[in-house]
Design a protein around this ligand. Structure first.
Ligand SMILES: [Zn+2]
Length: 332
């Protein structure tokens, strides 16, 4: 795993580059506006003169500084109002000369808060996504909706169903894509993808993760096996506190292959319950793939876990059926 310090440093230097780009963009906009409209040019010059005059006055007679800044502010407001009108008159948005930044919270500095200085959510998100792309999302660029190929599924009716496996999978793909496109943080809406191995569950989960990631949310993808490993390490005080925190706080947590993890007494069930329950209480979404049917989830874990995973008020349950595509592909 990459070190968090290095990734944070990288993200901060990315923000620094962003701020430099923002400044270039501000200059470019100003030049464009001045070129388009002599009135804008004149008002900008006027504003600058006023600013310097005011500063000089305040320096010269500090006892009047307050008064000067008061009257200056009024004049500034008048100029700014005329400036906004002049911008609109030449076909530009009225906020065109406002400072440019991507993150309105930290203005691309990565930090927020006074007096307590803390990392902005945009910085946390950038670090988390970079860390877990390196860790758990290998090949995620390849596993996306565009790469989803329905032809790998047999175009033959599924036993006891009207639709073919291919048609059925295309429908599930569409519903997963709809989910990813509509995803919003703190709504707590999740997916339970269940069915036997080789039916494309993990692939579709990775597609969802990739799309949600592209849309700017923080996503952690982790196998149930690794999740239990991390929780065990944390529980026995070795380390892993940050990883557990990430699993609890990311916008979307994707747990792959629930049911394949080792059943460690006093660890597995309580860990899964803890994660699932904490996220539910905070309205944070999970996507889970599992070989278990909903019925089997009730048998394997306790009711509290199964009930949360199968709660159709919050979870869409997609059942994957048909023949193992890896065997089907081998036949072709
Ligand atoms: Zn920010």
């Amino acid at each position: 795993m990459l070190s968090r310090e290095n990734v944070t440093r990288e993200a901060l230097s990315g923000l620094e580059a962003q701020r430099a780009a923002n400044m270039m963009e501000e200059k470019r906009r100003r030049a464009e506006a001045e070129q388009k409209s002599p009135a804008v040019k004149e008002l900008l010059a006027c504003r600058q003169r006023l600013f310097f005059t005011g500063m000089r006055g305040a320096f010269a007679s500090p006892e009047k500084a307050k008064e000067i800044s008061g009257s200056m502010q009024k004049e500034m407001e008048t100029i700014n109002a005329r400036l906004r009108a002049a911008l609109v008159a030449c076909g530009l948005p009225e906020d065109y000369l406002q400072p440019v930044y991507h993150c309105p919270l930290c203005r691309d500095t990565g930090y927020v808060g006074e007096p307590v200085h803390e990392q902005c959510s945009c910085l946390k998100r950038a670090v988390m996504n970079r860390l877990y792309q390196a860790e758990g999302l290998q090949g995620l660029e390849r596993e996306n909706f565009a790469a989803f190929d329905g032809r790998i599924f047999p175009d033959e009716p599924i036993e006891g169903k009207k639709s073919t496996q291919r048609g059925y999978m295309l429908k599930l793909r569409r519903r997963c894509e709809d989910y990813a496109d509509a995803f919003a943080a703190d709504e707590g809406k999740g997916l339970l993808l269940c069915g036997k191995t080789g039916l494309g569950k993990t692939f579709l989960m990775n597609c969802v993760a990739q799309r949600v990631l592209e849309r700017g949310y923080s996503v952690v993808v982790i196998s149930a096996y690794k999740l239990i490993e991390a929780m065990r390490r944390f529980q026995f005080g070795e380390e892993g506190m940050e990883q557990v925190q990430d699993m609890l706080s990311c916008d979307l947590l994707c747990i792959d292959d629930l049911g394949s993890e080792p059943m460690l007494r006093g660890v597995t069930v309580s860990s899964i319950y803890h994660i699932v329950n904490e996220r539910r209480n905070a309205n944070r979404a999970i996507v889970v793939t599992t070989n278990c049917s909903p019925q089997e989830l009730y048998e394997k874990y306790d009711d509290r876990i199964a009930a949360r995973l199968c709660d159709t008020g919050r979870m869409q349950i997609f059942e994957f059926i048909g023949v193992d595509v890896r065997r089907f592909a081998a036949r072709m």
